[in-house]
Design a protein around this ligand. Structure first.
Ligand code: S3P
Length: 178
């Protein structure tokens, strides 16, 4: 696998709660890549949580930080990059994503809801009705997510290891033959 990829970066996109970080870390370990999470880079650089950035600086500033991180990681190879759920909504971010292979992790709202039921780290889910917020976000975002090179639909019974195996099995079909 490592040979066919030739160091090209893999970007994981998709809604919050689909498991981009968990799957991304496993994938990186499996193929000997380094793992980067755009949210983590922003938190470290800003010295505050994403909730704090949204409240104190506003969402627009957070989105700019996200684009800055993507611009920077393009300079590296052999990376698995887990991106925040809103990344594909900014047109300029696609010029960065297209430096690598883009994998959309897609899970039904029911699975996402279960995983995020107790979560309070996502500023966009502070609404009383998380289900309708997630549904409307997914509706807006689906057209952008679907531009990924690879669409991986996740079922409730699948383990992160199984998802990684499926991704690795599918990658050769989307790489151009030499
Ligand atoms: C967001 C998703 C979050 C984080 C921020 C905004 C979004 O990342 O970037 O809360 O707009 O969907 P994850 O997708 O890693 O949860």
């Amino acid at each position: 696998m490592i040979d066919i990829l030739k160091g090209v970066n893999l970007y994981l996109i998709g809604m919050m709660g689909v498991g981009k970080t968990t799957v991304g870390k496993l994938l990186a370990a499996e193929i000997g890549y380094r793992f980067v999470d755009t949210d983590e880079v922003i938190i470290k650089a800003a010295g505050k949580s994403i909730n704090e950035i949204f409240t104190e600086n506003g969402e627009a500033e957070f989105r700019q930080l996200e684009s800055d991180v993507l611009a920077q990681v393009c300079a590296y190879t052999k990376l698995i990059i887990s991106t925040g759920g809103g990344v594909p909504m900014q047109q300029q971010n696609w010029s960065y994503l297209h430096h690598g292979l883009i994998i959309w992790l897609d899970a039904p709202i029911g699975i996402i809801l279960q995983r995020l039921a107790e979560d309070n780290t996502r500023p966009l889910l502070q609404d009383a009705d998380i289900e309708s917020k997630l549904t409307s976000l997914l509706e807006q975002r689906q057209p952008m997510y679907s531009q990924a090179d690879l669409h991986i639909t996740i079922s409730a019974i699948e383990t992160p290891e199984e998802i990684v195996t499926r991704i690795l099995a599918t990658i050769p079909s989307i790489l151009k033959p030499q």
